[in-house]
Design a protein around this ligand. Sequence first.
Ligand code: SF4
Ligand code: SF4
Length: 158
Amino acid sequence: MPSIRDDKEKINREIADEILKIKAPPVARFRLLSRGMEPYHRLDIKDEASDITGDKACLACGNCIDSCPVLRKHPELFEKTEQRTSFALEACVGEDCEQCYSCVLACPQVDTAYKDYIVDEVIPETIQPAPRITALDNYFMAIIALVFGVLIGVFLAR
Ligand code: SF4
Ligand code: SF4
């Protein structure tokens, strides 16, 4: 059985990176890049004509809607529709997307390998340390250096 790590080597990074650059909800595009329904994902359907293996359709579960920070901050945007689909997310958020990728991570129809790629490689590169924290770090380092300087000075003066 292939490990998650093996799966991650098979993803299309080039296309994934292009999608992630677009300032619009990325979940539907990642759904289509993924493998879709696996045979074990839903009911054990005996009728071959009803086989849904490989189906990449939106399940309308609303996970992407619930996870979107833009809709949390501006619930009035969601008044345009009662649907809870990726299409509704695109219609309500559009170019206001903050490119946080929460919708991709929340979608059950996106392959785990793409989620791992985003969490392990994309997010660490895009999130910069907050400048205030860096400034605070420098501030504390200056205090520590000053305290050490005083202690060494006292020690030498004795
Ligand atoms: S969850 Fe994040 S990436 Fe997805 S649409 Fe909302 S802001 Fe954009
Ligand atoms: S999270 Fe649910 S509603 Fe959103 S795209 Fe995925 S399947 Fe569709």
